[in-house]
Write a protein that binds this ligand. Structure first.
Ligand SMILES: [Zn+2]
Length: 498
């Protein structure tokens, strides 16, 4: 990366000295000195387009002078000329695109630094990175306003970003700053495997205009809605979150309750079990509050939607796929996605580099949920036994078909050959690894490990070393080489269990 040490005309320097958290809540404390997104978007519902303007107040928290700021442009994975499978694997393409391929994309139309228009560049795989140069450089601890004007085409696609028969999903729909790590921007492109995302905790104010017959579920807290001439304009505000998603639908009904001053909303359609599904949302929230640490936000939205897979997590908002028709599976997806509010939402990680970290922990606490809650006709042991059996079967079948299998979990999502390999080595081997660590440290200590990891890394992006550090300090055991041998594939589960 280029470094410049010139004077700064446009940037404003800010002080990072933390005055101590005192009585501040976790959200309050971590909403200070973070990037701020102010987005105003208008939805053309007929054309399925958005026109938007976003101002990001970006703070340089590195010790380098930055000569540019990079942003992910995830909707460009859905372009007709995209090379990365048009955002989905071939095996899922008919589920994702039930009416045939439909293009999605984001077009940048203007960028400004403060009030001055600047030349931008769009590059990367499938035009997935926006580069905004800062000619005078952005010094450490300084902030700059980057304004981006953009148009979005929403595909007819049952994906995080796309519309289906019942809903319109706006996940990963706007330019979001890449994470700056060590000496460079992390610019991993889209992958049809996993959740190829990585971002920093930020604050958001989002205004969206849309036809008044639509109901909006969104990240953050609703502030206000004005309606005029058939168009509603709503404003939402979210502090200390790492992304901002919305789902809109004409069909939504809303079931609401609360737990510990947290409003729990279930947006649904075609659901005779909505009361018991809302209860599952509450059960999950209560269980993980007690097991891991308090959910720090005041709202949790669980949204039934058109989605080709089971579900998807965003801060304060999770998708639950309407294609999951078996009640116990639907509830399992609710529990898994809500668990992501702790692992991904509050404690983040690079989901391309260490997908096992949030998915493994999420699967593990989802398994623990069942012993804490009667009425789900499933025990933790049963979930873990199923995971082990299916993992062993996967190893046998994979070796038979492909001849060889690497069981290395510490791989970038782009380095898995198939989605099956990704799922088994991330989710399934992940849950088995955490269960094996629990055997080593004991059942009450494993919960202390989870709590310590949550407390130590809340509102940051954690790495495997952070996990090992927290687990070792909570359990008073040296776990490093044990965990590393699981990750690098030198623990051979087949040999341990046969
Ligand atoms: Zn997950």
């Amino acid at each position: 990366m280029k470094k410049k040490f010139l004077s700064i005309a446009l940037a404003v320097c800010v002080c990072f000295v933390f005055a101590g958290c005192g009585e501040m809540s976790m959200v309050e404390a971590h909403s200070k000195n973070v990037n701020n997104y102010d987005i105003s978007a208008t939805l053309d519902y007929e054309a399925k387009t958005l026109s938007a303007v976003e101002t990001v107040t970006y703070i340089n928290k590195t010790d380098l002078t930055l000569s540019e700021i990079k942003f992910h442009l995830y909707p460009n994975a859905f372009r007709s000329d995209a090379t990365v499978y048009k955002a989905v694997n071939a095996t899922q393409s008919s589920k994702a695109y039930p009416n045939g391929f439909s293009e999605g994309r984001i077009d940048i139309t203007n960028t400004k630094l403060a009030d001055t228009t600047v030349e931008y560049e769009v590059g990367g795989t499938d035009k997935n990175i926006l580069i905004v140069p800062i000619d005078n450089g952005l010094r450490p601890n300084c902030a700059i306003d980057v304004t981006i004007e953009f148009d979005v085409l929403i595909p007819n696609c049952n994906h995080r970003f796309g519309y289906g028969e019942n809903t319109l999903n706006l996940g990963n729909w706007y330019p979001i700053a890449c994470v700056f790590e060590e000496e460079d921007w992390v610019t991993d492109g889209y992958s049809p495997n996993g959740d190829p995302f990585y971002s920093d905790i930020s604050n958001y104010t989002v205004q969206i205009s849309y036809p008044e017959q639509l109901t909006v579920a969104s990240t953050g807290n609703w502030v206000t809605t004005n309606s005029e001439g058939g168009v509603s304009t709503s404003i939402y505000q979210a502090s200390a979150v790492r992304d901002f998603a919305l789902v809109l639908s004409e069909k939504f009904s809303l079931a609401t309750t609360s737990l510990d001053n947290i409003t729990v909303n279930y947006y649904y359609y075609d659901d005779d079990n909505y009361e018991s599904n809302l209860q599952t949302c509450v059960d999950a929230l209560r269980t993980f509050n007690e097991m891991i640490g308090q959910y720090p936000y005041t709202v949790l939205n669980v949204v039934k939607t058109n989605f080709m897979q089971g579900g998807m997590e965003y801060p304060n908002l999770v998708y639950i796929s309407d294609s999951v028709t078996v009640d116990s599976e639907y509830k399992n997806v609710i529990i898994h996605e809500i668990a992501h509010q702790w692992w991904y939402g509050v404690v983040g990680n690079n989901e391309c580099e260490y997908a096992w970290l949030d998915e493994g922990l999420t699967e593990y606490v989802t398994a623990l949920f069942y012993d804490e809650n009667d009425g789900y006709e499933l025990t933790t042991r049963q979930v873990l036994a199923n995971a082990l059996n299916s993992y062993l079967l996967f190893c046998d079948v994979y070796r038979e078909v492909y001849g060889d299998l690497s069981t290395n979990m510490n791989r970038n999502i782009h380095d898995f050959d198939t989605e099956t390999e990704y799922v088994y080595l991330t989710y399934v081997k992940g849950v088995l690894m955490f269960d094996s660590i629990a055997d080593l440290v004991g059942p009450s200590n494993i919960k202390k490990c989870l709590q310590r990891y949550y407390d130590d890394n809340a509102m940051t992006n954690a790495t495997p070393s952070d996990l090992i550090k927290s687990f070792e300090s909570a359990s008073h055991k040296n776990l490093s080489s044990y965990i590393m041998s699981w990750l690098d594939g030198s623990v051979v589960l087949e040999e341990l269990t046969r």
